[in-house]
Design a protein around this ligand. Structure first.
Ligand code: IMP
Ligand code: MG
Length: 427
């Protein structure tokens, strides 16, 4: 069983929760793109776990693979492995030697580049992701494999500093040397995790093992098909599994697109269904819509069906998984955008775009009300059919408009508050 889980919106759809829930049934969980810009929160027995590099499935899966398509901050990696080992003692981690390294230099460059962009600012997570991918494609990047050799690290950092030094005038030789030695010592710490994702995953496949791929960020942040330039620096679509892990996408049985019952976005760029005022504030508070990585308040909007259809097309999504239906239920009047023309991002625009918003056509839904613990327990016992009829109507509408089943529904933060529409579905 080979499954891919991707975010079908602007990121933060609740992929972490869904991957954690599904991972029980898998031998391997794999990441293939992004870095610490991603942030998942998983709640188990009221305890919160935050992940940035390791996939959410790390809490209970045996083998975790970080593919070559990622950009990895070794310091964050060491910390996350330490934390997770306390919960999942048997966790086995492989990091592709071909993955690129995010250094302190890249974090400095991320801030400096954003400043230079002025009104064309993207609103990045300042994790150094963009500059690390820039260096990868400039062929001056440092790979995980390079960390075993201080001389190579020094040479490459010097080239990067020469190419981009003007952006960070405070960078001196001593600071650069400090980065070299800290990278080299972290290289020693992670040495034993380094491997070849393509060999490991393909041989796991030959042995009939099950593999779950966890996409980071969201489809609408894809460097090619997202709302460029308000995107991240890697491909976030399921098809990137091939390039980002060395495992062919042709072998993936099922693609699951995760959506939130409403939408959220951090950073700049178009957001056609964005809402403001009391309703947005209420959703933000009830849904804890603050960035896992940056703590920034997220922008809030209604579900956007045209954009969802676009994501389904790009990822070849088979099933949808929806999260936060409990949050949306607390809102009195719920809207869904069922139609708007294609949105073309324009450079240098601010956060909201009235023109785009006026093009949206909305359908209004009745609220299904607040869910208390007793309601949740009843749903767990009786399954999907125990959902309030107003919620089932909402889900049915999404299915009708997209042609895809909403097969998994998450109705609370805790791991256990998740049901499948068809309990026999093999995912
Ligand atoms: P970067 O990935 O840090 O370069 O940021 C580029 C854009 O992608 C910004 O708007 C970020 O807020 C957004 N972004 C990147 N990763 C995520 C994510 O995992 N969730 C939500 N937004 C993200
Ligand atoms: Mg997130």
């Amino acid at each position: 069983m080979i499954t891919a889980v991707v975010g079908a919106q602007f990121g933060d759809e609740g992929k972490g929760k869904i991957v954690d829930y599904l991972s029980e049934n898998y031998d391997y969980v794999v990441r293939f793109n992004g870095g610490t810009n991603a942030g998942h929160t998983v709640v188990v027995n009221n305890e919160k776990f935050k992940f940035h590099l390791l996939p959410a499935g790390s809490l209970r899966v045996g083998h975790v693979v970080l593919g070559n398509g990622m950009v990895i901050d070794p310091k964050a990696l060491i910390q996350e492995i330490d934390t997770i080992r306390k919960i999942n003692r048997n966790l086995y981690v492989t990091v592709s030697g071909k993955a690129h390294v995010v250094t302190d230099l890249h974090r400095l460059l991320d801030r400096a580049e954003e400043e230079k962009r002025g009104s064309m600012k993207i609103g990045t997570t300042f994790q150094g992701i963009g500059p690390a991918y820039e260096d990868k494609y400039a062929r001056t990047g440092i790979r995980i494999d390079d960390l075993s050799d201080a001389e190579i690290i020094r040479k490459k950092l010097n080239v990067i500093a020469q190419m981009k030094g003007e952006l960070i005038p405070d960078l001196d030789k001593a600071k650069l040397e400090e980065i070299v030695s800290s990278l080299a010592s972290m290289g020693l710490e992670i040495k034993n995790y380094i491997g070849d994702s393509q060999n490991i995953l393909n041989s796991a496949y030959s042995q009939g093992k099950s593999i779950l791929f966890e996409g980071a960020n969201g489809t609408l942040l894809d460097i090619d098909y997202g709302m460029y330039p308000y995107v991240t620096s890697s491909n976030t679509m399921a098809g990137f599994i091939s390039c980002g892990s060395g495992f062919s996408f042709r072998k993936v049985d099922t693609v699951i697109g995760v959506i939130k019952a409403y939408m959220s976005k951090v950073g700049s760029g178009p957001f056609p269904t964005e809402i403001f005022g009391q309703v947005a504030d209420r959703i933000r508070e009830i849904g804890h819509e603050y960035g896992t990585t940056t703590g920034r308040p997220r922008r809030i909007g209604w579900l956007d069906i045209p954009l969802l259809r676009y994501s389904i097309l790009l990822n070849d999504i088979d099933h949808l998984a929806i999260t936060n239906v409990d949050t949306l239920g607390e809102i009195d009047e719920i809207e869904v955008c069922y139609d708007h023309p294609e949105i073309t991002p324009r450079y240098g625009e601010g956060t909201s775009d009235e023109e785009d918003k006026n093009l949206c056509r909305f359908k209004t839904f009745k609220s299904w009300g607040k869910m208390d613990e007793a309601d949740r327990k009843r749903i767990l016992k009786d399954g999907y059919d125990a959902f309030p009829s107003e919620l089932r109507e909402y889900l049915h509408y999404i299915e009708k408009m997209t042609g895809k089943d909403v097969s998994v529904v998450s109705f609370g933060n805790n791991r256990e508050y998740t049901v499948r529409k068809n309990p026999d579905l093999k995912i």
